[in-house]
Design a binder for this molecule. Structure first.
Ligand SMILES: Cc1ncc(COP(=O)(O)O)c(C=O)c1O
Length: 377
């Protein structure tokens, strides 16, 4: 992977005269990614950006302008979505362990709601008798669940959703308006989507008034082989599953999707300044003016987080084993582990790529750092 010259130019311009680290997002790329989902041929459909990937209002203004809706899982993100102009069924809310107060807030907002258990369904219908609602499905008994970066989202190892006996118990209920599925994150293998979607289409026929099937997110981003998510093939696959379901039901069933990571990951960069370089046993330990508390993926996923690092100056040279560490005393404060970099110098800028999703949004106050400024252009 290489840093595109246009990106290097934009980052160099912004870095001039700055001291502090910053995130930068290529707005056109975010818009283009949203449009690719809009081009999936199936209709009726509604695409909802998963705000846990990035809930910055500037980001959500871009998704809204590009014609896609939002998926949220907390009151805080529901309010940000409303603040940027989303309303009613533009918003899908799927969560777990919801209190009466939260259920009422989501219902009063008019959002599409997917519930996580039979207990939540009982609670919801006590508040709003017979109000149409969706259910999150754990179809782990009908497929072989796969472990994705954040663990299992189906089967016995997942705490989420109603299992098959619970769903079958509700068969024929006229107040179930939707079924929801989330497979996990960063999945490139279309066979897994197909296998799970077919099971969901079968389940859909159990509910006479079903309006939508929500297939969640999980779409992978560029990997170390340079492969990108096969969007056109995916579009054809999901369109075929939904067309067959609509014929079976004798009416069009709406498709909902909740892409998160794929919308902004490749459009975002974290730019940090080198503050120290230690040479140890043929290795280079590079200290920078940011912390993993501000860029948490390497902390949360030490084995999986992959964010290729570049020198903004573009200078190269013989590669050395290197790690980039944060400016705290926390021993696990690394922004990049065991990578190969040319010899770097104090005060130069480094760029960490694939940083537009789940990076700024997962900032933590642990260690006492401020949120890093996010710049969109
Ligand atoms: C229910 C649900 N939908 C969508 C997403 C977005 O997933 P991704 O970023 O993998 O596309 C998530 C992420 O955790 C989720 O839990």
């Amino acid at each position: 992977m290489k840093l595109k010259p246009s990106v290097a130019q934009a980052l160099t311009r912004i870095a001039q005269g700055r001291e502090l680290p910053f995130y930068w997002y290529d707005s056109e790329q975010i818009t283009a990614q949203c449009r690719r989902f809009g081009e999936i041929p199936y209709a009726p459909k509604s695409v909802h950006f998963a705000t846990m990937a990035n809930a910055n209002p500037d980001f959500l203004r871009l998704t809204r302008a590009a014609g896609i809706n939002v998926f949220v899982n907390s009151l805080g993100h529901l309010q940000i979505a409303q603040y940027v102009g989303y309303s009613g069924r533009d918003i899908v809310f799927t969560s777990s362990g919801m209190s009466d107060a939260l259920l009422a807030s989501v219902r009063n907002a008019g959002a599409v709601l997917n519930l996580d258990s039979t207990g939540q369904l009982r609670r919801f219908w006590k508040l709003f008798p017979d109000c149409p609602v969706g259910l999150r499905c754990n179809i782990g008994d009908r497929v072989t669940p796969r472990k994705t970066h954040s663990g299992y989202f189906l089967g016995r190892d997942s705490r989420l959703g109603l299992d098959l006996p619970e769903l079958e118990e509700l068969a024929g209920n006229p107040h179930i308006e939707g079924l929801h599925l989330y497979l996990g994150t960063d999945i490139m293998d279309l066979a897994y989507y197909q296998e799970c979607y077919e099971v969901m289409a079968d389940l859909a026929t159990l509910f006479p008034n079903l309006v939508y099937l929500d297939f969640g997110g999980g779409f992978g981003v560029e990997d170390s082989d340079g492969d990108h998510f096969p969007m056109e093939e995916y579009g054809a696959l999901v369109t075929d599953v939904m067309n067959r379901l609509s014929s079976r039901m004798g009416r069009p069933v709406q498709l909902l999707l909740e892409p998160g990571r794929i919308i902004g990951a490749e459009a975002g960069y974290l730019v940090v300044r080198v503050t120290d370089v230690k040479l140890r046993h043929g290795r280079q330990l590079v200290g920078v003016n940011a912390s993993s508390a501000q860029f948490t993926r390497p902390l949360l996923y030490p084995d999986d987080a992959w964010h290729p690092v570049f020198r903004l100056s573009g200078q190269d040279g013989p590669l050395m084993d290197s790690s980039v560490y944060g400016c705290s005393t926390y021993s696990r404060d690394f922004l990049a582990h065991d990578i190969r970099l040319p010899r770097v110098e104090e005060d130069e800028w480094l760029v960490l790529s694939l940083a537009g999703s789940y990076c700024a949004s997962s900032f933590t106050r642990f260690l006492g750092f401020e949120q890093i400024e996010e710049i969109f252009s």
